[in-house]
Design a protein around this ligand. Structure first.
Ligand code: XLS
Ligand code: MG
Length: 343
């Protein structure tokens, strides 16, 4: 049994399309996914705004809240909660060049409006957490945007949301690249700096996705520990990644076992979850996976967390102290290797 609560997004069970090929599995309706998530052991769902309200761009504010209310009913019927809502600011024709940092004033206004509607959706589905993955807030052509102005526009966007709703909390999910070349908010340090400049810093935190940290050349456990040290780790997206390639969203721990152990360890040691936080997954099934086995990557990721929690439970803190005292870090490293290998 895990000490954590888990969340998952509907996009984590998907049709298998990639940039080089079409879908390979049939679409599964949200209601069916919800029942599947519950059965596997998840207690909350992560949402993009249009996961809750399809075709959101053509709907009025009142149509949006009415649709969101129906989704809340579906969650209640399954005994599931909503963890967060993230406005999908990277697919609209009005966010081609970014959202808050677009060079178009009309597009920037759209980004704010759409984010405020996402806050409305949060209220309807019963969560107080809004998420920003700043997908297109950066450049493809370095000289195309004024980063100085862009950073101020991002802070202004955060302030507009904090001002609109006095209880909403916001997380920033940093990612260094993809779909853009250079992101304006590539790491947790950048996210924390933005938070500190807002009108209400305690309400702006971060979410670390393991793969995004690896894409930045960083250790996800350290990115998590950094936000934890500032009291601002609002969420995590556990997954894995084979080096600095395209964003792979592999099952948790399958590529970088020691880093995965340390992610679980820092969460356990710092009592992540004690304020209601979830361990979220952001994992994709391999394209080769057959339709009937398209939830296995979720089950495997949960199992990896539980197995690593057991390893953390077995971690000999007294030995760790002794080895640190003796400055025998080779010894400490080999101890961890043996722990993980069961030796
Ligand atoms: C993409 C992100 C995205 C967010 C939610 O790389 O991980 O899926 O987690 O908007
Ligand atoms: Mg993510």
């Amino acid at each position: 049994m895990s000490q954590f609560k888990f969340s998952v997004g509907p996009w984590n069970v998907h049709e298998g399309a990639d940039v080089f090929g079409p879908p390979v599995r049939p679409t599964i309706a949200f209601a069916e996914k919800l029942a599947g998530f519950k059965q596997i052991g998840f207690s909350a769902v992560q949402f993009h705004d249009d996961d809750v309200v399809p075709e959101i761009e053509s709907k009025s504010a009142s149509q949006i809240t009415a649709t969101a209310r129906k989704v809340k009913q579906m969650l209640d019927d399954q005994g599931m909660a909503a963890e967060f809502v993230a406005p999908r600011l990277w697919e609209s024709a009005r966010t081609i060049d970014g959202a808050f940092t677009s060079n178009s004033q009309a597009d920037r206004d759209y980004a704010i409006e759409r984010s405020l509607r996402a806050v409305d959706i949060c209220r309807e589905v019963g969560c107080d957490l809004l998420g920003f993955w700043y997908a297109r807030e950066g450049t493809l052509c370095s000289e195309s945007k004024d980063m100085h102005a862009g950073i101020h526009r991002m802070i202004e966007g955060l302030n507009r949301i904090l001002d609109y709703d006095g209880t909403i909390r916001i997380f920033i999910e940093p990612k260094p690249n993809e779909p853009i070349d250079r992101s304006f908010v590539p790491t947790m340090g950048h996210a924390m700096a933005l938070s500190a400049e807002t009108i209400d810093p305690p309400r702006v935190g971060g979410l670390v996705e393991s793969a995004h940290a690896i894409l930045a050349g960083l250790d996800p456990a350290n990115e998590m520990a950094f936000a934890l040290a500032l009291g601002k780790l609002f969420g995590v997206h556990f997954n894995d990644q084979n080096g600095m390639r395209y964003d792979q969203d592999k099952a948790f721990g399958v590529e970088n076992l020691r880093q995965a152990f340390n992610q679980v360890r820092v969460l356990v040691e710092n009592r992540f979850g004690s304020k209601g936080e979830y361990i979220g997954l952001d994992v994709k099934a391999m394209r080769t996976q057959k339709a009937e086995a398209c939830y296995e990557h979720l089950k495997n990721s949960l199992q990896m967390v539980e197995l690593l929690e057991q390893k953390v439970g077995q971690f000999d803190y007294q030995l760790q102290r002794q080895l640190i005292e003796a400055r025998d870090y080779e010894g400490l490293e080999m101890y961890v290797m043996k722990l993980l290998l069961g030796g």
